[in-house]
Write a protein that binds this ligand. Structure first.
Ligand SMILES: [Zn+2]
Length: 354
């Protein structure tokens, strides 16, 4: 039993499907202090060193994916293209039955939003092993971790001198200083082309969660959020796709918001189809959900960066999101997910950039 900062005593069991200890141990973050309250991890505020060295480098990510593919018979890796700087872009595939529904998890279109990738790696480490793999009898899972490796490695054709992190810098844009999440209509950048040509058009996908990080100060009902979610808001999305998106959001909300560390808001986002949440829903008829987690790994704005003391619960938030949506699709419970919370979920207190 541990003490919640607001005085409530919470059991390890109430924290969700994986104990913090197992998440930390598995991720090599054993020395990271656990954060239990929302916003417990401090914002940067100029008072803390933001050290990016605990994040996987691109090379470490690839090595881990290959290690898991060697361990897990069901996991296959596919190179879907190359970044501007020539880094291979990976798709991790758990394809069990073409008759099953398929979900795609996409991380790090924005290179400075890395804890979602850390969480996806944790998810991959456990998905195809032991009794965890039973869920795959009912669902196909695709994962594109780190779509923007050049930005993640700070290997870009523009200056990052004013960025905050020590260790390597990480940036939103790709090496050409383009925002990949504004390139889903014209698809000019090699990273977006790879995603559309070799994932979106090649596989029959039913659901997608696009994982991001936003600034560190967004709040709902007066309390800092651990993240915010939103379905497609373009008027061109079909009613069926929109309903699926809202059900996907319901599974996420009900898995995260009741926990001691989770507090979700409604993201405030636009209708442009250049954004994957909207564009992919319309172009491919895929039910999409945007999940914007709290705080970025690096930036030049102080208020966007979040101290690494928050890494534990944000990585866990990704692991729980991926695990619970995979399970709900596999067992069909997503089909009856209660979407009524959307009617009352308040918008978060600041506008993001998705
Ligand atoms: Zn983002």
């Amino acid at each position: 039993m541990r003490k919640h900062p607001d005085g409530k005593t919470i059991s390890r069991r109430s924290l969700g499907i994986l104990g913090f200890t197992s998440v930390f141990a598995a991720s090599g973050l054993a020395t990271a202090p656990a954060a239990f309250g929302v916003g417990e991890g401090p914002g940067y505020g100029g008072n803390e060193t933001i050290n990016s060295s605990i994040l996987h480098t691109y090379d470490e990510l690839v090595a881990e994916l290959k290690k898991q593919a060697a361990r897990q018979q069901i996991l296959e890796l596919e190179v879907i293209g190359q970044s501007v700087k020539g880094r291979d872009l990976y798709l991790a595939k758990y394809l069990t039955d073409s008759a099953n529904p398929t979900i795609l998890f996409l991380t790090q279109q924005h290179g400075n939003e890395q804890l979602t990738t850390e969480g996806a790696l944790e998810f991959i480490k456990h998905l195809g092993t032991g009794k965890n793999s039973a869920v795959l009898e009912g669902v196909n899972v695709l994962i594109v971790p780190m779509l923007n490796p050049d930005g993640a490695m700070g290997d870009v054709n523009f200056s990052l001198d004013d960025y905050i992190a020590t260790g390597r810098h990480l940036t939103r844009y790709n090496a050409n200083a383009v925002d990949l999440n504004r390139d889903h209509v014209v698809k000019i950048q090699p990273e977006t082309q790879a995603l559309h040509t070799n994932v979106m058009r090649k596989y029959k996908i039913d659901y997608m969660i696009d994982l991001h990080h936003q600034g560190a100060t967004a709040a709902r009902d007066g309390e800092l959020v651990s993240g915010s979610i939103l379905y497609p808001t373009t008027p061109n999305v079909s009613a069926t796709v929109l309903e699926g998106s809202k059900r996907l959001g319901a599974v996420v909300f009900h898995a995260i918001d009741p926990t001691g560390w989770g507090h979700l808001g409604r993201y405030v986002g636009g209708t442009a189809e250049t954004i994957s949440r909207n564009g992919i829903a319309v172009e491919y008829g895929i039910s999409t959900l945007l999940f914007e987690m709290r705080g970025m790994s690096d930036h030049f704005y102080d208020s966007y960066v979040l101290g690494q003391k928050s890494n534990g619960y944000l990585i866990k938030q990704t692991v729980v999101t991926l695990t619970e949506t995979t399970r709900a699709i596999a067992d069909g419970s997503i089909d009856t997910a209660d979407t009524s919370f959307w009617d009352t979920l308040a918008e978060q207190g600041s506008r993001g950039e998705e």
